[in-house]
Design a protein around this ligand. Structure first.
Ligand code: AMP
Length: 447
């Protein structure tokens, strides 16, 4: 399952993709749809399972969709309570990361620092408050926080809050928030008094149990390089020199090209082998074994290797060619970032592969950031867009050439209607800004 099925809004999908989240963790898959429907949750789950995003993502989405203006936005609408300073800081960071394109404001309040200094920068209001119960009670006692607009309350690591003696503070908070709110209750353990407490404050909760160690979503940083076909090998050699590529699978569509690449690598002293349908079974198994044992740095492979093979700590997947089917892209990149490790999935895209890139992005419902600063960057990917040919037929919307996108540019504000692959990015090229107008021109037939 990909994040696509969770019906997330564009600004959140964008930040998750940037974080390298490709597949939801089990708790995210289970909790997000119910939270979005407004249900209370009783979650038995620990940190490390992707729990923070499981509640942060739907909360951000719901608050974003309310689109309140002016004074209505002054008071916090979501309150997250967590037992320790460290966890509070971490949860707040997660909210800020996942919500960075939503414009929502999140702040953390915890002991050990002056309250006033924590309040700085929030004169125009806060949407999400993450706090330790002790500090929040202090703020309530001093009358500097108003909880009457709270719509969603999260009690994270509730058992630990009880262990630390915060029961009274929690009761004080529960008195201060409105009666009809959505409550998400997470606790690693559920002793009887905890279950009793939960049942008092939850309304028909959905129970979600996720055992520790069930985290299985890879964290993969994706990027695409626009490059001419004839420059791909040089770009690859450049990356091998510049990046820390401990171990990589390079996917390529042609067996002969795979062999050629390996020859080039070997001439340069890079430990590489090819794996494709023309190699004997023994040869294929042996190459894979050597890669797993880290005796090989690089395996150049066709799609015989794109499914299911688990290689621990494979740092990179490089798509020398984009796959022939968009579905294959996720299978390929899933070879990296396994067992909770970080992975990189870098794709080379020549002008003719732009349509496939669009299909991959459409299927997976996110945009792959483009690396603009490499020595083989080319303009040819969008010359069609800029220079419409005379008597050119009107290009139907779905076939129109895609505008390339660059990582180092600002995104436009998200809009209500973010229908698929509607490119609304601004491209920076030679310090000139080319906006969608470039594309519009191309679509207009010349008279
Ligand atoms: P948490 O349980 O919320 O503390 O998350 C544990 C770690 O998993 C954090 O480093 C998150 O950045 C990461 N993480 C959460 N969800 C995903 C996901 N869907 N894919 C990859 N990494 C994730």
């Amino acid at each position: 399952m990909s994040f696509e099925k969770l019906n997330l809004i564009e600004p959140i999908k964008r930040s998750l993709a940037e974080e390298g989240y490709v597949i939801p963790t089990p708790i995210q898959e289970q909790a997000i749809p119910y939270i979005l429907k407004g249900r209370d949750i009783l979650g038995c789950s620990q940190t490390g399972t992707g729990k923070t995003a499981a509640f942060a993502v739907p909360i951000l989405q719901m608050l974003y969709q309310q689109r309140l203006d002016g004074e209505a936005r002054q008071l916090p609408r979501a309150l997250i309570l967590s037992p320790t300073r460290e966890l509070t800081i971490q949860i707040n960071e997660s909210f800020n990361t996942y919500g960075k394109y939503t414009g929502l404001k999140c702040a953390a309040f915890f002991g050990g620092i002056k309250i006033n200094s924590q309040m700085q920068g929030f004169s125009k209001g806060i949407d999400v408050v993450v706090a330790t119960p002790g500090r929040l009670s202090d703020m309530m006692n001093q009358g500097i926080i108003n909880l009457e607009n709270i719509q969603i309350l999260v009690l994270d690591e509730a058992d630990k809050m009880f262990d630390l003696g915060f029961a009274q503070n929690l009761n004080m908070v529960l008195q201060a928030v409105p009666k009809e709110i959505q409550t998400l209750f997470f606790s690693a353990s559920m002793p009887p008094d905890m279950a009793q407490f939960a049942s008092n404050i939850l309304t028909l909760p959905v129970r979600i149990d996720v055992a520790p160690g069930t985290f299985n979503a890879p964290k993969i940083k994706q990027a695409v390089y626009f490059v001419r076909q004839e420059d791909k090998t040089n770009l690859l050699l450049h990356l091998i020199d510049e990046e820390e590529i401990e171990s990589a699978i390079i996917f390529i569509n042609d067996k002969k090209e795979a062999d050629k690449l390996v020859t080039i690598f070997n001439q340069r002293g890079i430990r590489a082998r090819a794996l494709h349908g023309k190699k004997s079974q023994f040869n294929r198994e042996d190459a894979l074994k050597k890669l797993k044992e880290k005796k090989l740095q690089i395996l150049v492979s066709t799609d015989v290797l794109s499914r299911g093979i688990d290689i621990d700590l494979l740092s990179h997947v490089i798509n020398y060619d984009l796959p022939r089917e968009p579905e294959t892209y996720l299978h390929r990149i899933g070879r990296t970032g396994r067992a909770g490790a970080n992975g990189f999935a870098l794709s080379f895209c020549n002008k003719n592969e732009m349509r496939m890139l669009a299909k991959i992005e459409e299927l997976n419902d996110f945009r792959i950031p483009v690396i603009a600063n490499h020595p083989f960057i080319t303009n040819e990917h969008y010359t069609d867009v800029q220079k419409p040919k005379k008597n050119k037929q009107k290009v139907p919307e779905e076939e129109a050439p895609m505008l390339p996108t660059f990582t180092n540019v600002e995104y436009e504000e998200p809009e209500e209607d973010d229908s698929k692959l509607k490119r609304r990015r601004i491209i920076k090229k030679d310090q000139t800004l080319i906006s969608q107008t470039g594309r519009k021109k191309a679509e207009k037939p010349n008279k």
